[in-house]
Design a protein around this ligand. Structure first.
Ligand code: GTP
Length: 72
């Protein structure tokens, strides 16, 4: 999907939800597995932990996205 021309340069935000559950993959592990760490240079990206049931990490992530879009 990220290789589509229409999405070139578009900021990417990935929420790694359910971080409150034991054994959840960390954002670092997920960004490695998605090939973002060290590999994605054509856009701003952020892979963040969240816990939707407690509302943790969501506002910070959306703030990051708004900033990234405004800079674009
Ligand atoms: N412990 C925990 N449970 C969550 C979290 N976010 C969602 N859930 C729960 O996960 C279940 C599935 O949530 P949905 O919103 O239906 O998500 P979905 O994408 O359809 O399903 P999943 O792939 O299981 O996440 C619900 O019981 C939610 O309450 C979280 O951050 N922590």
């Amino acid at each position: 999907m990220l290789s589509e021309d229409e999405l070139a340069g578009v900021p990417l935000l990935v929420f790694c939800n359910k971080q409150d559950i034991d054994g959840a993959l960390s954002p670092e592990e997920i960004s490695e597995q998605l090939g973002l760490a060290g590999g994605e240079k054509g856009r701003e990206w952020s892979v963040r932990g969240s816990c939707a049931t407690k509302g943790e990490g969501l506002e910070e992530g959306l703030d990051w996205l708004v900033n990234a879009i405004q800079k674009k």
